[in-house]
Design a binder for this molecule. Structure first.
Ligand SMILES: Cc1cc2nc3c(=O)[nH]c(=O)nc-3n(C[C@H](O)[C@H](O)[C@H](O)COP(=O)(O)OP(=O)(O)OC[C@H]3O[C@@H](n4cnc5c(N)ncnc54)[C@H](O)[C@@H]3O)c2cc1C
Length: 214
C-alpha cells in the first residue's frame, strides 16, 4: 500500500459543533495524508455506521471490541450487560477510543505498492458516563432500535422491555471529546495506473463496495 506522503490538511471546519471538535490535540491530528481529513463528514459517517469498535486499555493490555451503537447530539451511545468487561471497564471513567468505518471500495493497481482502499472513517476519543435515568435509557434504546430497523414501532412491532430487563441493562454515553475523520476516494494512483495499456497485462480497477459498514 502506498502511503508515502505527509501533507497539511486544509482547514475545512464549519460551525458544526462536531467538526469543531476535530483534531483539536496531537492525539487526533491526522499526520499521514492529512489532506484526507474531512471533519465536516464526521457526523454523516457516525450516523451511517452500524458497528463501533470500542478500544480501551486495561492493566496495560489494549482491547478492541465491536458494539452496536447510536450517535446523537455529540455523543456515542453503547449498551449491553452490566457484567460486560468492556462496559464495566469504560464506565469507571477511563479514556476510550471508538472507531467507525465505512468501506467504499477496494483499489487494484498495476503495481503492488499502490493497492489501496476507498473509505470514510472516524476515530472518537472520550470518557463514558452511565445513563441511569430509566426514561432516558428507554428513549436511547428506542432511538437505537429505530436506527437499525427504520419504521419498527415500539408496542406495535415489538414489546417494551420490562423494568427488570431495563435495570439489567447498562447504557453508556460517550460525549465526543475530540475526533478525527478521514476519507479516501478515487482510483488507483500508482506511477503507471493512468498510462495506456502497455502489453504487460497488469491492470488497475476499483471494486465498489458502496460504503459497506465494517
Ligand atoms: C457487530 C457486533 C455488535 C455487537 N453489539 C453489542 C452490543 O451492542 N452490546 C454488547 O454488550 N455486546 C455486543 N456485541 C458483543 C461484544 O462484541 C462482546 O462480545 C460482548 O459485549 C462481551 O464483551 P466483554 O467485554 O464482556 O467480552 P469478554 O468476553 O470479557 O472478552 C474477553 C475476550 O474475548 C474476545 N472477544 C470478546 N468479544 C468478541 C467479539 N465480538 N469477537 C471476537 N472476540 C471477542 C476478546 O479477545 C476479548 O478480549 C456485539 C458484537 C458484534 C460482532
Amino acid at each position: 500500500m502506498a502511503t508515502n506522503e505527509t501533507t497539511t490538511a486544509p482547514d475545512t471546519r464549519e460551525a458544526s459543533p462536531l467538526a469543531q471538535r476535530s483534531e483539536t490535540t496531537a492525539r487526533s491530528r491526522i499526520r499521514r495524508h492529512a489532506e484526507r481529513s474531512v471533519p465536516t463528514e464526521a457526523q454523516r459517517i457516525l450516523e451511517a455506521g452500524r458497528v463501533a469498535h470500542v478500544a480501551y486499555a486495561l492493566d496495560g493490555q489494549p482491547h478492541v471490541i465491536p458494539f452496536l451503537y447510536d450517535y446523537a447530539d455529540g455523543a456515542i451511545y453503547l449498551h449491553g450487560a452490566p457484567a460486560s468487561r468492556t462496559l464495566k471497564s469504560v464506565r469507571a471513567g477511563m479514556q476510550v477510543a471508538i472507531e467507525v468505518l465505512l468501506l467504499d471500495g477496494l483499489i487494484a493497481s498495476r503495481d503492488a505498492e499502490s493497492h489501496s482502499a476507498n473509505y470514510r472513517s472516524v476515530v472518537v476519543y472520550g470518557v463514558a458516563q452511565r445513563v441511569t435515568n430509566m426514561a432516558e435509557k428507554r428513549a436511547i434504546l428506542e432511538r437505537m432500535t429505530l436506527r437499525y430497523f427504520p419504521g419498527r414501532t415500539l408496542e406495535v412491532d415489538y414489546a417494551a422491555a420490562t423494568e427488570k430487563q431495563m435495570r439489567a441493562l447498562e447504557v453508556l454515553r460517550v460525549p465526543v471529546e475530540e475526533l478525527s475523520a478521514k476519507m479516501r476516494e478515487g482510483g488507483a494512483r500508482g506511477p503507471r495506473d493512468a498510462d495506456p495499456p502497455d502489453g504487460s497485462g497488469h491492470t488497475a480497477f476499483v471494486v465498489q463496495l458502496g460504503g459497506r459498514d465494517m
